[in-house]
Design a binder for this molecule. Structure first.
Ligand SMILES: NC(=O)c1ccc[n+]([C@@H]2O[C@H](COP(=O)([O-])OP(=O)(O)OC[C@H]3O[C@@H](n4cnc5c(N)ncnc54)[C@H](OP(=O)(O)O)[C@@H]3O)[C@@H](O)[C@H]2O)c1
Length: 284
């Protein structure tokens, strides 16, 4: 198939494109900056340096490449700016989906998040409502996700993958990443708040399977939602940092998510627990 990967130089794109190429797909890779063009070319994909905010340029890319499938992985998180990220999720996705429709793209696989659900005690399933009444700053993130998820349903076949907190080489959680930095500076307080994690490799494997999945929404998270007062001390130990401050209590939105639906379709994480995955990331 002809597959266009947006966000091709991001942490997911860099791990995904070699697998698509190996499987014989003709891959186009959309990036924003000229500096990232080489990353795409080195993976044997055709680079497109296009800003998602520029509708005409996005249209032109689709007219030239004529993809069958779009794998939409743009985020704007390198500076950890949730406003920029929501903005590109809303406006960038709109431009990409509108352009995709004009060349009759039949399927889109899009990246979303698994921590946008309303408050509750159990891990959220895909049937749990999103947290639509959230106040700022969370509202910005929720609005971005809601808009992205609605927009991609305009493509005949759509798969929305709600990833857990993404860790692995090249992410914030790697030894040289910003979470490691915060934990070393004891800027992260460990509470009862629950997180569901997913390793980059498992997020990428889910995308590969999703090329054949029915339309719908799937949580892509590991098997073990974990409270901060468990994972942060363990993580601190692995990176040789001091013990974090520990506090009791959690916000209801810190509930983790269930992967039962994706597992039913055959996705099986290589790293079913954050514990194994963190060791693999930090001790290898
Ligand atoms: N679920 C999660 O927890 C989650 C998900 C994603 C990322 N993250 C975290 O965020 C960190 C940074 O993510 P990342 O490495 O994927 O980088 P990123 O800065 O979020 O960029 C991702 C991709 O989107 C492209 N892009 C951004 N804005 C664009 C625009 N306006 N038009 C076209 N393309 C655009 C980038 O192209 P350029 O290279 O040209 O800028 C890049 O290919 C990760 O390491 C990870 O820790 C977490």
């Amino acid at each position: 198939m002809r597959i266009l990967v947006t966000g091709a130089s991001g942490v997911i794109g860099r791990n995904l494109i070699p697998l698509l190429v190996k499987d014989g797909h003709v891959v186009g890779g959309m990036v924003k900056s000229a500096a990232s063009e080489r990353i795409v070319a080195e993976m044997q994909a055709e680079p497109f340096v296009v800003d998602a905010f520029l509708q005409e340029d996005v249209d032109h890319m689709f007219q030239v490449f004529q993809p069958d499938v779009v794998i939409h992985q743009i985020t704007a998180l390198r500076q950890w700016n949730t406003f920029d990220n929501a903005h590109v999720r809303i406006e960038g996705t709109k431009n990409i989906v509108d352009a995709a429709k004009r060349v009759h793209v039949k399927r889109i696989v899009a990246q979303s998040i698994s921590w946008a659900y309303e408050a509750g005690d159990a891990p959220a399933t895909e049937d749990t409502a999103l947290d639509l009444s959230a106040a700022e700053p969370r509202k910005t993130t929720i609005d971005g996700i809601v808009s992205l998820e609605q927009k991609v349903t305009e493509i005949p076949e759509y798969v929305i993958l709600r990833n857990g907190a993404l860790y692995g080489p090249g992410t914030w959680y790697a030894a040289d990443g910003s979470i490691a930095d915060k934990v070393r500076k004891r800027e992260m307080t460990a509470t009862d708040g629950v997180t569901s994690f997913v390793h980059v490799q498992d997020a990428v494997n889910a995308i590969m399977l999703a090329l054949d999945w029915e339309s719908g929404i799937f949580n892509i998270v590991d098997d073990m939602p974990v409270p901060g007062n468990v994972w942060i001390p363990a993580y601190a130990k692995l990176i040789g940092a001091d013990e974090p401050a520990i506090l009791q209590g959690r916000s209801g939105i810190e509930r983790g998510a269930s992967n039962a639906k994706a597992r039913r379709l055959g996705w099986s994480p290589v790293f079913p627990t954050w514990e194994d995955g963190f060791k693999d990331m930090l001790l290898k």
